[in-house]
Design a protein around this ligand. Structure first.
Ligand code: ATP
Ligand code: MG
Length: 420
Protein backbone atom coordinates (compact mmCIF):
# COMPACT_ATOMS: atom_id res chain seq x y z
CA UNK A 1 0.00 0.00 0.00
CA UNK A 2 1.07 3.59 -0.56
CA UNK A 3 2.41 5.34 2.48
CA UNK A 4 0.89 8.64 3.49
CA UNK A 5 3.55 11.31 3.89
CA UNK A 6 3.65 14.36 6.12
CA UNK A 7 2.81 17.74 4.62
CA UNK A 8 5.49 19.77 2.81
CA UNK A 9 7.05 22.31 5.17
CA UNK A 10 5.59 20.58 8.22
CA UNK A 11 8.29 18.74 10.11
CA UNK A 12 8.45 15.98 12.68
CA UNK A 13 10.69 16.70 15.62
CA UNK A 14 12.18 13.30 16.39
CA UNK A 15 13.43 12.11 19.80
CA UNK A 16 17.05 12.89 18.85
CA UNK A 17 16.07 16.55 18.42
CA UNK A 18 13.70 17.05 21.34
CA UNK A 19 16.49 17.56 23.96
CA UNK A 20 17.65 20.55 21.91
CA UNK A 21 14.10 21.89 21.73
CA UNK A 22 13.50 21.38 25.44
CA UNK A 23 16.75 23.18 26.18
CA UNK A 24 15.61 26.22 24.17
CA UNK A 25 12.07 26.18 25.55
CA UNK A 26 13.30 25.86 29.14
CA UNK A 27 15.65 28.82 28.66
CA UNK A 28 12.82 30.89 27.12
CA UNK A 29 10.49 30.10 30.04
CA UNK A 30 13.20 30.82 32.60
CA UNK A 31 14.09 34.21 31.10
CA UNK A 32 10.45 35.21 30.65
CA UNK A 33 9.68 34.40 34.27
CA UNK A 34 12.78 36.29 35.45
CA UNK A 35 11.43 39.39 33.69
CA UNK A 36 7.98 38.94 35.25
CA UNK A 37 6.11 37.52 32.24
CA UNK A 38 3.41 34.91 32.77
CA UNK A 39 2.53 32.14 30.38
CA UNK A 40 -0.62 32.42 28.29
CA UNK A 41 -1.92 29.62 26.07
CA UNK A 42 -4.04 30.92 23.25
CA UNK A 43 -5.93 28.85 20.65
CA UNK A 44 -4.31 27.63 17.47
CA UNK A 45 -7.20 28.87 15.33
CA UNK A 46 -9.30 32.00 15.44
CA UNK A 47 -11.79 33.88 13.29
CA UNK A 48 -10.04 35.06 10.12
CA UNK A 49 -11.21 38.62 10.77
CA UNK A 50 -8.97 38.81 13.85
CA UNK A 51 -5.79 38.39 11.79
CA UNK A 52 -7.00 40.42 8.81
CA UNK A 53 -7.81 43.36 11.06
CA UNK A 54 -4.70 43.23 13.25
CA UNK A 55 -1.86 42.18 10.93
CA UNK A 56 -3.17 44.32 8.07
CA UNK A 57 -4.82 43.26 4.84
CA UNK A 58 -1.98 44.43 2.58
CA UNK A 59 0.77 42.49 4.36
CA UNK A 60 2.38 39.34 2.95
CA UNK A 61 1.01 37.29 5.81
CA UNK A 62 -2.64 38.19 5.18
CA UNK A 63 -2.35 38.46 1.40
CA UNK A 64 -0.79 35.10 0.73
CA UNK A 65 0.45 33.16 3.75
CA UNK A 66 -2.59 32.33 5.88
CA UNK A 67 -4.20 28.90 6.21
CA UNK A 68 -7.84 29.92 5.99
CA UNK A 69 -10.80 27.55 5.75
CA UNK A 70 -14.57 27.66 6.20
CA UNK A 71 -16.01 26.16 9.39
CA UNK A 72 -19.08 23.92 9.07
CA UNK A 73 -21.34 26.90 9.80
CA UNK A 74 -19.71 28.90 7.04
CA UNK A 75 -17.65 31.23 9.25
CA UNK A 76 -14.07 31.75 8.11
CA UNK A 77 -11.33 30.40 10.39
CA UNK A 78 -7.55 30.74 10.17
CA UNK A 79 -4.66 28.83 11.73
CA UNK A 80 -2.71 31.43 13.68
CA UNK A 81 0.22 32.88 11.69
CA UNK A 82 1.56 34.67 14.80
CA UNK A 83 0.73 35.05 18.49
CA UNK A 84 0.08 38.73 19.09
CA UNK A 85 -3.42 38.91 17.60
CA UNK A 86 -4.72 36.02 19.74
CA UNK A 87 -3.04 37.37 22.87
CA UNK A 88 -4.62 40.79 22.36
CA UNK A 89 -8.02 39.22 21.69
CA UNK A 90 -7.75 37.25 24.95
CA UNK A 91 -6.57 40.37 26.79
CA UNK A 92 -9.67 42.25 25.63
CA UNK A 93 -12.11 39.37 26.00
CA UNK A 94 -11.11 38.72 29.63
CA UNK A 95 -11.04 42.40 30.50
CA UNK A 96 -7.43 42.20 31.65
CA UNK A 97 -6.97 45.95 31.23
CA UNK A 98 -9.02 46.38 34.41
CA UNK A 99 -6.45 44.43 36.43
CA UNK A 100 -4.24 46.77 38.46
CA UNK A 101 -1.05 44.72 38.09
CA UNK A 102 1.02 44.93 34.90
CA UNK A 103 -0.16 42.47 32.29
CA UNK A 104 2.88 40.76 30.83
CA UNK A 105 2.46 37.51 28.94
CA UNK A 106 4.59 35.02 27.10
CA UNK A 107 3.62 32.18 24.79
CA UNK A 108 5.33 29.25 23.09
CA UNK A 109 3.83 27.21 20.31
CA UNK A 110 3.25 26.43 16.65
CA UNK A 111 2.37 29.04 14.02
CA UNK A 112 1.23 28.42 10.44
CA UNK A 113 2.13 30.25 7.25
CA UNK A 114 1.91 29.08 3.66
CA UNK A 115 5.47 29.85 2.55
CA UNK A 116 8.02 28.24 0.28
CA UNK A 117 9.72 25.73 2.58
CA UNK A 118 13.51 25.96 2.94
CA UNK A 119 16.06 25.85 5.77
CA UNK A 120 14.64 27.97 8.58
CA UNK A 121 11.34 28.57 6.75
CA UNK A 122 8.52 26.15 7.35
CA UNK A 123 4.74 26.07 7.05
CA UNK A 124 4.32 24.94 10.62
CA UNK A 125 6.98 26.61 12.75
CA UNK A 126 7.29 27.59 16.40
CA UNK A 127 7.60 30.89 18.15
CA UNK A 128 8.34 32.13 21.62
CA UNK A 129 6.88 35.58 22.14
CA UNK A 130 6.15 38.12 24.85
CA UNK A 131 3.65 40.97 25.11
CA UNK A 132 3.76 43.74 27.70
CA UNK A 133 0.50 45.68 28.04
CA UNK A 134 -0.38 48.94 29.70
CA UNK A 135 2.65 51.20 29.63
CA UNK A 136 4.03 53.54 27.02
CA UNK A 137 7.16 54.12 29.13
CA UNK A 138 10.31 53.51 27.04
CA UNK A 139 11.54 51.26 29.85
CA UNK A 140 8.95 48.69 28.73
CA UNK A 141 10.52 48.72 25.25
CA UNK A 142 13.97 48.36 26.82
CA UNK A 143 12.69 45.48 28.95
CA UNK A 144 11.37 43.38 26.07
CA UNK A 145 14.45 44.02 23.96
CA UNK A 146 16.70 43.13 26.90
CA UNK A 147 14.75 39.93 27.52
CA UNK A 148 15.18 38.88 23.89
CA UNK A 149 18.86 39.81 23.84
CA UNK A 150 19.67 38.08 27.14
CA UNK A 151 17.90 34.91 26.08
CA UNK A 152 19.70 34.70 22.73
CA UNK A 153 23.05 35.52 24.36
CA UNK A 154 22.47 32.96 27.12
CA UNK A 155 21.98 30.33 24.42
CA UNK A 156 25.30 31.47 22.92
CA UNK A 157 23.75 31.94 19.47
CA UNK A 158 26.51 33.22 17.18
CA UNK A 159 26.92 36.52 15.30
CA UNK A 160 23.84 38.32 16.58
CA UNK A 161 22.98 41.88 15.65
CA UNK A 162 20.14 43.90 17.13
CA UNK A 163 18.76 46.38 14.60
CA UNK A 164 16.43 49.09 15.74
CA UNK A 165 14.31 51.84 14.23
CA UNK A 166 11.43 54.10 15.14
CA UNK A 167 8.26 54.08 13.06
CA UNK A 168 7.01 57.21 14.83
CA UNK A 169 3.37 57.82 15.66
CA UNK A 170 0.48 57.40 13.23
CA UNK A 171 0.68 61.12 12.38
CA UNK A 172 4.40 60.85 11.61
CA UNK A 173 3.81 57.98 9.24
CA UNK A 174 0.87 59.76 7.57
CA UNK A 175 3.11 62.77 6.91
CA UNK A 176 6.01 60.59 5.75
CA UNK A 177 4.09 58.33 3.36
CA UNK A 178 3.52 61.00 0.65
CA UNK A 179 7.25 61.84 0.74
CA UNK A 180 8.17 58.20 0.34
CA UNK A 181 5.53 57.67 -2.35
CA UNK A 182 6.75 60.57 -4.44
CA UNK A 183 10.36 59.36 -4.09
CA UNK A 184 9.31 55.85 -5.13
CA UNK A 185 7.22 57.02 -8.09
CA UNK A 186 10.32 58.66 -9.56
CA UNK A 187 12.07 55.28 -9.36
CA UNK A 188 9.07 53.20 -10.33
CA UNK A 189 10.68 51.49 -13.33
CA UNK A 190 13.38 50.03 -11.10
CA UNK A 191 10.97 48.51 -8.58
CA UNK A 192 9.65 44.95 -8.64
CA UNK A 193 6.05 44.41 -9.65
CA UNK A 194 5.01 43.77 -6.07
CA UNK A 195 6.53 47.04 -4.90
CA UNK A 196 4.88 49.03 -7.70
CA UNK A 197 1.57 47.88 -6.29
CA UNK A 198 2.66 48.35 -2.67
CA UNK A 199 3.83 51.85 -3.47
CA UNK A 200 0.15 52.81 -3.57
CA UNK A 201 -1.38 50.47 -1.00
CA UNK A 202 1.33 50.39 1.66
CA UNK A 203 4.51 52.24 0.63
CA UNK A 204 6.36 51.43 3.89
CA UNK A 205 6.34 47.78 2.82
CA UNK A 206 8.62 48.69 -0.10
CA UNK A 207 11.39 49.43 2.40
CA UNK A 208 11.08 45.81 3.59
CA UNK A 209 11.34 44.25 0.10
CA UNK A 210 14.11 41.67 -0.27
CA UNK A 211 14.54 42.07 -4.06
CA UNK A 212 18.09 43.48 -4.60
CA UNK A 213 17.02 46.18 -7.09
CA UNK A 214 14.34 47.45 -4.72
CA UNK A 215 16.88 47.53 -1.92
CA UNK A 216 19.22 49.62 -4.03
CA UNK A 217 16.43 52.07 -4.80
CA UNK A 218 15.31 52.43 -1.18
CA UNK A 219 18.90 52.90 0.01
CA UNK A 220 18.53 56.61 -0.70
CA UNK A 221 14.83 56.94 0.19
CA UNK A 222 13.82 59.64 2.68
CA UNK A 223 14.06 58.33 6.25
CA UNK A 224 11.14 58.15 8.61
CA UNK A 225 13.49 58.83 11.53
CA UNK A 226 14.23 62.25 9.97
CA UNK A 227 10.53 63.09 10.22
CA UNK A 228 9.68 62.07 13.77
CA UNK A 229 7.54 64.28 16.02
CA UNK A 230 9.34 65.55 19.15
CA UNK A 231 7.50 62.98 21.33
CA UNK A 232 8.43 60.08 19.08
CA UNK A 233 12.02 61.34 18.89
CA UNK A 234 12.26 61.56 22.71
CA UNK A 235 10.79 58.09 23.12
CA UNK A 236 13.30 56.66 20.65
CA UNK A 237 16.25 58.45 22.25
CA UNK A 238 15.24 57.15 25.69
CA UNK A 239 15.03 53.59 24.39
CA UNK A 240 18.49 53.90 22.84
CA UNK A 241 19.96 55.46 26.00
CA UNK A 242 18.46 52.71 28.14
CA UNK A 243 19.89 49.98 25.91
CA UNK A 244 23.30 51.60 26.18
CA UNK A 245 22.95 51.89 29.97
CA UNK A 246 22.28 48.15 30.36
CA UNK A 247 24.90 47.16 27.82
CA UNK A 248 22.73 45.86 24.99
CA UNK A 249 24.48 46.72 21.70
CA UNK A 250 22.34 47.87 18.74
CA UNK A 251 22.64 49.14 15.21
CA UNK A 252 20.30 51.79 13.80
CA UNK A 253 18.49 50.59 10.68
CA UNK A 254 16.29 53.34 9.22
CA UNK A 255 14.70 50.89 6.73
CA UNK A 256 13.44 48.45 9.31
CA UNK A 257 9.65 48.50 9.05
CA UNK A 258 8.63 44.89 9.82
CA UNK A 259 6.03 42.83 7.99
CA UNK A 260 2.99 43.65 10.10
CA UNK A 261 0.94 46.84 10.08
CA UNK A 262 0.31 47.23 13.79
CA UNK A 263 3.72 48.52 14.83
CA UNK A 264 4.47 52.11 15.87
CA UNK A 265 7.48 53.82 17.51
CA UNK A 266 10.09 51.23 18.45
CA UNK A 267 10.67 48.48 15.90
CA UNK A 268 13.51 45.98 16.19
CA UNK A 269 14.88 42.78 14.75
CA UNK A 270 17.69 40.44 15.74
CA UNK A 271 19.56 38.91 12.83
CA UNK A 272 22.49 36.54 12.49
CA UNK A 273 24.88 36.15 9.58
CA UNK A 274 24.96 32.50 10.61
CA UNK A 275 21.50 31.90 9.15
CA UNK A 276 22.08 32.68 5.46
CA UNK A 277 19.07 34.03 3.58
CA UNK A 278 16.64 33.51 6.45
CA UNK A 279 18.69 35.79 8.67
CA UNK A 280 16.01 37.03 11.10
CA UNK A 281 15.96 35.27 14.44
CA UNK A 282 13.30 37.36 16.10
CA UNK A 283 11.61 40.69 15.90
CA UNK A 284 9.14 42.94 17.58
CA UNK A 285 8.13 46.43 18.48
CA UNK A 286 5.54 48.69 19.98
CA UNK A 287 1.90 48.38 18.95
CA UNK A 288 0.05 51.05 20.90
CA UNK A 289 -3.02 51.13 18.66
CA UNK A 290 -3.70 47.41 18.32
CA UNK A 291 -5.84 46.82 21.41
CA UNK A 292 -8.16 49.62 20.31
CA UNK A 293 -8.17 48.42 16.69
CA UNK A 294 -9.46 45.09 17.95
CA UNK A 295 -12.28 46.76 19.89
CA UNK A 296 -10.63 47.11 23.32
CA UNK A 297 -9.70 50.16 25.38
CA UNK A 298 -6.73 52.33 24.51
CA UNK A 299 -3.83 50.31 25.92
CA UNK A 300 -0.22 50.73 24.79
CA UNK A 301 1.78 47.55 24.28
CA UNK A 302 5.14 46.24 23.17
CA UNK A 303 6.41 42.73 22.41
CA UNK A 304 8.48 40.40 20.24
CA UNK A 305 8.45 36.93 18.72
CA UNK A 306 11.43 34.66 17.98
CA UNK A 307 11.50 31.58 15.78
CA UNK A 308 12.49 28.40 17.59
CA UNK A 309 13.57 26.60 14.37
CA UNK A 310 16.07 29.34 13.66
CA UNK A 311 17.30 29.31 17.27
CA UNK A 312 17.68 25.56 17.02
CA UNK A 313 19.67 25.82 13.77
CA UNK A 314 22.10 28.18 15.49
CA UNK A 315 22.42 26.49 18.87
CA UNK A 316 26.02 25.34 19.46
CA UNK A 317 25.89 21.54 19.93
CA UNK A 318 28.17 21.63 22.97
CA UNK A 319 25.79 23.87 24.90
CA UNK A 320 23.31 21.16 25.82
CA UNK A 321 23.35 17.47 26.55
CA UNK A 322 21.72 15.27 23.97
CA UNK A 323 22.47 12.02 25.73
CA UNK A 324 19.73 9.82 26.98
CA UNK A 325 18.98 10.56 30.61
CA UNK A 326 17.92 7.01 31.38
CA UNK A 327 20.10 5.83 34.25
CA UNK A 328 19.28 2.21 34.96
CA UNK A 329 18.69 -0.91 32.93
CA UNK A 330 17.11 -3.97 34.49
CA UNK A 331 18.75 -7.04 32.95
CA UNK A 332 16.40 -9.74 34.19
CA UNK A 333 16.70 -13.24 32.77
CA UNK A 334 15.84 -16.80 33.72
CA UNK A 335 12.39 -17.84 34.86
CA UNK A 336 12.47 -16.44 38.39
CA UNK A 337 14.72 -13.49 37.54
CA UNK A 338 12.31 -12.35 34.81
CA UNK A 339 9.34 -12.58 37.18
CA UNK A 340 11.04 -10.56 39.94
CA UNK A 341 12.54 -8.20 37.36
CA UNK A 342 9.06 -7.10 36.32
CA UNK A 343 8.29 -6.01 39.88
CA UNK A 344 11.70 -4.37 40.40
CA UNK A 345 11.38 -2.38 37.18
CA UNK A 346 8.09 -0.93 38.35
CA UNK A 347 9.47 -0.20 41.85
CA UNK A 348 12.46 1.72 40.50
CA UNK A 349 10.28 3.78 38.17
CA UNK A 350 7.81 4.57 40.95
CA UNK A 351 10.75 5.77 43.04
CA UNK A 352 11.53 8.26 40.25
CA UNK A 353 14.61 6.46 38.89
CA UNK A 354 14.56 6.42 35.08
CA UNK A 355 14.84 2.78 34.12
CA UNK A 356 14.78 0.87 30.85
CA UNK A 357 14.44 -2.76 29.86
CA UNK A 358 14.23 -4.45 26.48
CA UNK A 359 11.65 -7.24 26.81
CA UNK A 360 12.97 -9.00 23.73
CA UNK A 361 16.27 -9.83 25.41
CA UNK A 362 16.40 -13.14 27.27
CA UNK A 363 20.12 -13.54 27.92
CA UNK A 364 22.53 -11.46 29.98
CA UNK A 365 24.65 -10.78 26.91
CA UNK A 366 21.70 -9.47 24.90
CA UNK A 367 20.57 -7.30 27.81
CA UNK A 368 24.01 -5.72 28.27
CA UNK A 369 24.21 -4.90 24.58
CA UNK A 370 20.87 -3.10 24.76
CA UNK A 371 21.85 -1.28 27.98
CA UNK A 372 24.90 0.08 26.13
CA UNK A 373 22.89 1.10 23.08
CA UNK A 374 20.38 2.87 25.30
CA UNK A 375 23.28 4.71 26.98
CA UNK A 376 22.21 3.66 30.47
CA UNK A 377 24.66 4.31 33.29
CA UNK A 378 24.05 1.17 35.35
CA UNK A 379 22.71 -2.29 34.68
CA UNK A 380 20.97 -4.23 37.40
CA UNK A 381 21.67 -7.90 36.77
CA UNK A 382 18.99 -10.25 38.00
CA UNK A 383 19.23 -13.91 37.02
CA UNK A 384 17.86 -16.92 38.83
CA UNK A 385 20.99 -17.06 41.07
CA UNK A 386 20.45 -13.53 42.30
CA UNK A 387 16.70 -14.07 42.60
CA UNK A 388 17.26 -17.12 44.82
CA UNK A 389 19.56 -15.12 47.16
CA UNK A 390 17.30 -12.05 47.24
CA UNK A 391 20.00 -9.85 45.73
CA UNK A 392 21.07 -8.14 42.49
CA UNK A 393 24.38 -7.27 40.87
CA UNK A 394 24.84 -3.57 40.14
CA UNK A 395 27.14 -3.04 37.17
CA UNK A 396 28.61 0.33 36.33
CA UNK A 397 28.45 0.29 32.54
CA UNK A 398 31.33 2.70 32.15
CA UNK A 399 33.88 1.31 34.62
CA UNK A 400 32.43 -2.24 34.46
CA UNK A 401 32.76 -2.42 38.29
CA UNK A 402 30.19 -4.70 39.90
CA UNK A 403 28.83 -5.04 43.41
CA UNK A 404 26.21 -7.17 45.07
CA UNK A 405 23.25 -5.42 46.70
CA UNK A 406 20.14 -6.71 48.51
CA UNK A 407 16.92 -6.65 46.50
CA UNK A 408 14.86 -5.46 49.48
CA UNK A 409 14.81 -1.67 49.65
CA UNK A 410 16.86 -1.40 46.47
CA UNK A 411 15.35 1.89 45.18
CA UNK A 412 16.35 3.89 48.26
CA UNK A 413 19.71 2.14 48.46
CA UNK A 414 20.45 3.12 44.84
CA UNK A 415 19.44 6.70 45.49
CA UNK A 416 21.93 6.96 48.36
CA UNK A 417 24.73 4.97 46.68
CA UNK A 418 24.78 6.13 43.14
CA UNK A 419 25.60 9.61 41.90
CA UNK A 420 23.53 10.37 38.83
P1 ATP B 1 10.95 36.71 7.60
O1 ATP B 1 11.45 38.03 7.19
O2 ATP B 1 12.04 35.70 7.83
O3 ATP B 1 9.84 36.19 6.73
P2 ATP B 1 8.95 37.66 9.39
O4 ATP B 1 9.16 39.12 9.42
O5 ATP B 1 7.86 37.10 8.55
O6 ATP B 1 10.33 36.92 9.05
P3 ATP B 1 7.89 37.58 12.06
O7 ATP B 1 6.50 37.53 11.62
O8 ATP B 1 8.40 38.81 12.67
O9 ATP B 1 8.84 37.11 10.86
O10 ATP B 1 8.20 36.36 13.04
C1 ATP B 1 9.24 36.41 14.01
C2 ATP B 1 10.19 35.26 13.81
O11 ATP B 1 9.51 34.04 13.56
C3 ATP B 1 11.13 35.39 12.62
O12 ATP B 1 12.20 36.21 12.93
C4 ATP B 1 11.54 33.97 12.37
O13 ATP B 1 12.57 33.56 13.28
C5 ATP B 1 10.29 33.21 12.72
N1 ATP B 1 9.56 32.85 11.51
C6 ATP B 1 8.70 33.61 10.78
N2 ATP B 1 8.21 32.91 9.75
C7 ATP B 1 8.78 31.68 9.80
C8 ATP B 1 8.66 30.48 9.02
N3 ATP B 1 7.86 30.42 7.96
N4 ATP B 1 9.40 29.40 9.38
C9 ATP B 1 10.21 29.44 10.46
N5 ATP B 1 10.35 30.53 11.25
C10 ATP B 1 9.64 31.63 10.92
MG1 MG C 1 7.77 36.30 6.62
Amino acid sequence: MDTIKGIKGVKDILPEETPRWRFIEDAARRWALAYGYQEIRIPIFELTALFARSIGSSTDIVEKEMYTFPDRDGSSLTLRPEGTAGTVRAFIEHNRAADPVPQKYFYLGPMFRHERPQAGRLRQFHQFGVESFGTSDPRADIEVIALLWRLLSDLALPDLTLEINSLGGAGDRAAYKPLLRSFLSQQESRLCENCRRRMETNPLRVLDCKVPDCRTVTESAPRLTDHLSPDARTHFDQVLEGLTAIGVPYRLNPRLVRGLDYYCLTSFEVTSTHLGAQNAVGAGGRYDGLVETLGGPSVPAVGFAVGLERMSLMLPPESFSSTNDCHFYVAAFGEKGTRIGLVLLDELRRAGLSTQCDYRSTTLKAHLRQADRLQCRYAILLGDDEANCGSITLRNLESKAQENLPLAGLPSLLKSRVSL
